[in-house]
Ligand binder design. Sequence first.
Ligand SMILES: C[S@@+](CC[C@H](N)C(=O)[O-])C[C@H]1O[C@@H](n2cnc3c(N)ncnc32)[C@H](O)[C@@H]1O
Length: 152
Amino acid sequence: MNIEIVSIAKKEKSIYDPLYKDLIKMISRFAKVTDTEIFSKDVTKAHTISPDASQRAYTKALESHINSGYSVTLHPDGKLIDSFEFSKLLNDKMSIKFFIGGAYGFEDEFLNKSDSVISLGNITMSHKIAKAVLLEQIYRGFSILSNHPYHK
Ligand SMILES: C[S@@+](CC[C@H](N)C(=O)[O-])C[C@H]1O[C@@H](n2cnc3c(N)ncnc32)[C@H](O)[C@@H]1O
């Protein structure tokens, strides 16, 4: 199975990189994870204009990625799901893409194109923390599906 995480994020070193690396390695027995970070010139410019312009620029930057495979967009106001429901998203799929937004979140147009829009909890996290939580839930989800004791 192939999993791609596509984020609106600058390609720069982060203190979370070792955590991402460890979690991606743990997941590798179940699926190959690709971590794609996008921060186009349009996004940089839009951030100086307005939140709406920024959301539109995120849609433009991400829309070529949403056209193939099952798409799950992470959104604080999305459907609140527990780890068991999350594991079901991973079941019986060849490929799945997870989308993480930038500072201004997603516009409805992008959310409407997503197969699922989920919330990881009633708090707003930075995109970097959201990616760490997402990776841990992916590993937990596969552990649930395979009755691995990681999920007790
Ligand atoms: C700083 S947040 C954006 C906050 C923005 N005000 C909004 O309402 O979406 C950046 C990204 O992290 C992800 N994120 C943050 N908190 C989340 C949560 N509780 N559930 C799901 N995704 C979350 C989303 O993909 C979001 O677009």
